[in-house]
Write a protein that binds this ligand. Structure first.
Ligand code: FMN
Length: 378
């Protein structure tokens, strides 16, 4: 019998496991681990062994991309004292351990750079819902205007133009350190009521200067940050932005503005938009966890109308559902949070359900899986 490869049946490759290249970065599949704070830094925002094990498990589990948690660009921008950071050179080497591990397992190392703005300086015990008392190490916070997030969270100082310069430079320096630490994918956190989203939203930005008022003015600070970061890092580093596509509030930020913002992000050199929602006003009855379908629809609209690839996120648990999102052009990536915490090897089951023949287990597992078939699902 001929062994001519032309006569072999074509390999089944699902959309979920279809490789993707952005710039020069190759992703072995479209499965990303969504950024999730772990509040496990013991000292000065330094990642420790926990982070190595935590992120390593997802890479071993087959994720094509791991986006490490919201990581502060300056100490003032930490949500809690246990946030990770990249505000100094001493953070580079501990993060390098994480990126080396992820890359060695075939996973693109990513990180979310963040500034918590008026939602900074909170306690871990309250799950960030209460300000940390000054006597317990709390610090002063900053926002576009002097409006507090809730009655449990202290009022921020309205940022001066000098503050904005300092914060913009902190994003650029942190991005440079991220590259030195080996990250190939940098996501800027413009969502969930943290500093950059509060500049976008008319509900939280009541400035009278060139950074407040019209949509153009409210986008200005964010776009300045994108510009500073883009020139600070090599062009082939993938730059993503996570947005809240809506505030879920009358007269707030909404989808139409998100589409316009995404077009601007594209013009300013951003490669991907990660579409989340909410988090801007304390006490509003919303949950990004309960509005997954709206987030996915918004990801589809933004991808279609801005021409930028999107990541869909929110309650993506079932691999067949994830496959459908990609096949329907809702997004280019799926970002998965809690399902990965539950099942760090989620892609193994996904490949089995999708009968994807391109999927490869890590080498050390591959030989024994073929031998005993003990991983086969019922
Ligand atoms: C424990 C935990 C920590 C999170 N931390 C972050 C974060 O650091 N940055 C961020 O943008 N979103 C964060 N999120 C939101 C997730 O990235 C994701 O958008 C959300 O959980 C919805 O996706 P899921 O339904 O797949 O979990 C966090 C969510 C959880 C559950």
């Amino acid at each position: 019998m001929s062994t001519d490869s032309k006569q072999q049946p074509p390999q089944v490759v699902s959309k979920l496991f279809e490789p993707l290249t952005i710039k020069r970065t190759q992703f072995k599949n479209r499965i990303g681990v969504s950024p999730m704070v772990t509040w496990a830094a013991k000292e000065d925002g330094l990642p420790v062994d926990f982070h190595l094990a935590h992120y390593g498990q997802f890479a071993l589990g087959g994720a094509g991309l791991v986006v490490c948690e919201a990581t502060a660009v300056e100490p003032r921008g930490r949500i809690t004292a246990a946030d990770t950071g990249l505000w100094s050179d001493k953070h580079v080497q501990p993060w390098r351990r994480v990126t080396d591990l992820l890359r060695s397992l075939g996973c693109v190392p990513g990180i979310q750079l963040a500034h918590a703005g008026r939602k900074a300086s909170t306690s871990v015990e309250s799950r960030s819902s209460q300000s940390l008392a000054t006597s317990q190490g709390g610090w002063d916070t900053v926002g576009p205007s002097g409006l507090a997030f809730s009655d449990q969270i202290k009022e921020p100082k309205a940022a001066t133009v000098v503050d904005l310069e300092v914060i913009g430079d902190a994003f650029a320096s942190a991005a440079q350190r991220a590259v030195r630490a080996g990250f190939e994918f940098i996501e800027l956190h413009f969502a969930h009521g943290y500093l950059l989203s509060t500049f976008l939203s008319p509900l939280t930005n009541q400035r009278q200067d060139k950074y407040g008022g019209s949509l153009e003015n409210r986008m200005r600070f964010g776009l300045e940050i994108v510009d500073k970061v883009r020139v600070a890092i090599p062009n082939d580093i993938v730059l993503a932005v996570r947005i809240s596509f809506t505030d879920y509030a009358d007269d707030g930020w909404e989808l139409k503005q998100s589409v316009e913002f995404a077009k601007q992000l594209k013009a300013h050199g951003v490669d991907l938009v990660d579409v989340s929602s909410g988090g801007i006003i304390g006490g509003i009855d919303y949950s990004p966890f309960n509005t997954a379908d709206q987030q996915h629809s918004a990801a589809a609209v933004i991808q279609r109308d801005s021409g930028l690839p999107t990541a869909a996120v929110g309650k993506i648990i079932d691999p067949l559902f994830a496959e459908r999102l990609l096949k329907d052009n809702v997004s280019t990536f799926v970002f998965i949070g809690r399902a990965f915490l539950n099942e760090a090897h989620w892609p193994y089951r996904a490949s089995d359900l999708l009968q994807d023949q391109s999927f490869k287990y890590p080498q050390s597992y591959d030989w024994c899986i073929g031998w005993t078939a003990f991983f086969k699902w019922p």
